[in-house]
Design a protein around this ligand. Structure first.
Ligand SMILES: *Cc1c(COP(=O)(O)O)cnc(C)c1O
Length: 224
């Protein structure tokens, strides 16, 4: 068995175990395989396991890496999980299937316009900077209500919230906080949990987990 196949089945087992432990089912959880900075060979191995849902953090890198794979495997779904610049909104709306990282009004408006122009109304998430870390992307919790209003008013199909907890704090606190924010605002999806902590995110309501290194191994080059 290939290493990647082994990793996928190991993660599936862990997802099964954590969903079972909290009375959820495995179909509640979408595994977004984070392929940023991984080799084409590893991605191809992942595709050969039958997996079709992937996450990338940069628009241009994703286009370079995925254009040919998308021709070969038309059912691939790509999530944008890195922060977006407004001048890339058109490319993002045209190439991705879900945008997880709306984090400010300017991006919401640029995306809304790009999606209208292309007739592609993608499901979107707002990224929340739950730890209020200055270096991290995401709207501050205090700015969330206004950003949600702007998204909804501009016709964005807003489905959920996403967060990346601070490294030096218990992730579970941030997952629980994000879940509370989502339920307050009537949003049904929660993108939270990565290689190191997805088993904590599932009992707290994650619907999407974003797993990179646990599936693909260490990333090449500069990690962002
Ligand atoms: C890189 C990245 C991940 C994956 O992280 P791993 O620890 O490799 O699982 C998940 N979410 C975001 C937003 C990322 O940038």
């Amino acid at each position: 068995m290939s290493q990647i196949l082994e990793n996928f089945s190991d993660i599936q087992k862990k997802i099964e175990r954590s969903t079972a432990s909290c009375g959820r089912t495995i179909s509640d959880i979408h595994l977004v395989a984070v392929s940023k900075n991984q080799t084409q060979a590893k991605i191809l191995e992942a595709l050969r396991t039958g997996h079709r849902l992937f996450g990338e953090n940069r628009v241009q890198d994703a286009i370079v890496r995925w254009t040919d794979f998308k021709k070969e495997y038309p059912d691939i779904k790509l999530h944008l999980i890195g922060s977006l610049q407004s001048n890339k909104a058109e490319d993002a709306a045209g190439f991705f299937d879900v945008i997880e990282t709306i984090d400010r009004p300017k991006i919401a408006l640029a995306l809304a316009e790009a999606m209208k122009k292309q007739g592609r109304y993608l499901p979107c998430f707002i990224q929340v900077n739950t730890g209020e870390e200055p270096q991290k992307a995401g709207v501050l919790p205090a700015g969330l209500p206004e950003l949600i209003e702007i998204c909804r008013a501009s016709g964005i199909d807003l489905q959920g919230l996403m967060c990346i907890p601070p490294e030096d704090e218990p992730a579970a606190l941030h997952f629980a906080f994000l879940a509370k924010l989502a339920s307050t605002h009537g949003l049904k999806h929660l993108s939270m949990g990565m290689s190191g902590d997805f088993e904590k995110a599932i009992p707290l309501g994650a619907t999407h987990i974003r797993v990179g290194t646990a599936l693909f191994g260490a990333r090449a080059g500069i990690d962002v």
